[in-house]
Design a protein. Structure first.
Length: 82
């Protein structure tokens, strides 16, 4: 069985909703939509694919940071889920 906490629909902040759409949705869905957004806008660093180059919408989610790595992204996104 999958981790139920991971599947539980979460409330999404307005900033994050700009990127992944309105919630509630499970964390797994948020992460999936985040990657769709990042890939569709070509926001992965060319040289280091683990780095995400934030556009204006993602900067709001990433505490104003211009570049974050995948692991940091997960932590920052968590702040926008409740």
């Amino acid at each position: 069985m999958a981790n139920s906490a991971f599947m539980k629909p979460m409330k999404i902040s307005d900033e994050l909703a700009e990127v992944v759409g309105k919630g509630p949705m499970p964390r797994s869905e948020v992460v999936k939509k985040l990657w769709v957004y990042i890939k569709s806008k070509n926001l992965q660093d060319e040289k280091n694919k683990r780095n995400i180059v934030a556009d204006a919408a993602l900067k709001k989610v990433f505490d104003g940071k211009a570049v974050v790595n995948m692991f940091e992204m997960t932590k920052l996104v968590s702040k926008h889920l409740s």
